[in-house]
Design a protein around this ligand. Sequence first.
Ligand SMILES: Cc1cc2nc3c(=O)[nH]c(=O)nc-3n(C[C@H](O)[C@H](O)[C@H](O)COP(=O)(O)OP(=O)(O)OC[C@H]3O[C@@H](n4cnc5c(N)ncnc54)[C@H](O)[C@@H]3O)c2cc1C
Length: 400
Amino acid sequence: MDLRSNEPYWLIKNSFLKSYPSLDEALSTDILVIGGGITGALIAHKLLQEGKDVVLVDKRNVCNGSSAASTGMLQYEIDVPLYKLIDQRGIKCAVSSYKNCEEAIFDIKNIIDDIKSKCPFEFKKSIYFTTTRKGIKDLEAEFKARKENGFNISWLDREALKKLGLDAFAGIESKSGAIIDPFKFSYDLLEFCSEKGMQIYDHTEITEIKNDGKRFIAKTQDEIPIHANHIIHCTGYESIYTLREKKIVNLKSTYAIASEVFEELPKAFKNHIYWDNSAPYFYFRTTSEGRIIIGGCDENFRNAHKRDSLLSKKQKILTKQFHKYFQNISFKADYIWAGTFGETVDGLPYFGRPNQDINEHYILGFGGNGITYSMMARNAIIHSLNHTNHRFLDDYRFNR
Ligand SMILES: Cc1cc2nc3c(=O)[nH]c(=O)nc-3n(C[C@H](O)[C@H](O)[C@H](O)COP(=O)(O)OP(=O)(O)OC[C@H]3O[C@@H](n4cnc5c(N)ncnc54)[C@H](O)[C@@H]3O)c2cc1C
């Protein structure tokens, strides 16, 4: 067994791909993107396609924030089940959010192909299951809501799940799901942008933003100014430091383990990914080299030290839970890591301008579908820049 690591598995697997220089002279651009994770990469790539003049900066090496820690499951199923989201946000917003997340999975695959990335990506069916009798009622309500709204799903009873190797009472199988290496994807997208001429800077932290009435002046930690007409914050969970509205996200500590490589993947994992309807939930996927990743065991985030001090306790809980669900599969941990994660009340993201009068935009894909949300935001960003209407800028507005 390899040594345990608190570094996310993707960083170790891909090792150090390439770094960008830090900024050492004043710049002027139309659009400054702050943050080079999966969101910044997807947004920057979209702006490049639209012919915009863009500079992207990150205070770390790019792709070293949450996007490196992510377990990279792509599902259209949002943290809040569809039947509950319909009650919370109305049928139009709820169903379109589910449908757009589904479309985003295929859009991500199209981008991988377009930029000729070698990023591992596999389509998988996704099973949402329950291990309690009480949970069956929730699952039935969810099944009904999804069927009524045209999702391609099947009901799996206990026997059907047992045949797969999962000990659970019932499950909903969705045909659209996928797994991705989120680090490699973000990295490849940024490299593509850089090769097309975009200026990207690592270790360039924006510490101050002022507006002289016409343009922004964003200053780095070394007081170097970047002049821009628009600023797009793709700063993930650290956005709470710059946003006026602090209460839009509930931060959690979350944990993941990657197993040793299986010579042959167990039947349960050949075509499926899984998540359960417990709270906090557990989820399971494979990697292209034949590992199983278990994630979950969330708890309220207090600080990084407290989060990381729980790693070995969480490893035991995650492994125990896996063996409870998949009794015939022996899981041996190889890597464990923790990350910070955020949930919103309705499970939906925040896109657009917190203040309609200012050209400052945020793309915050908070929630278990963070990656699909970041993909969806590409459809809305030009509208946010141009101040034109788009359904996402309304459904996922600030102050909602
Ligand atoms: C353990 C874990 C598992 C997850 N699993 C899934 C999953 O299976 N599926 C899914 O869809 N989502 C998942 N997520 C969520 C998903 O990873 C996130 O939604 C996504 O990575 C967010 O990307 P981002 O680019 O917005 O943020 P980040 O990747 O954190 O990027 C933000 C960047 O902004 C930079 N930055 C911040 N402030 C500044 C500043 N002032 N100046 C310059 N740069 C700055 C940071 O350095 C960082 O690189 C998971 C998250 C975690 C932690």
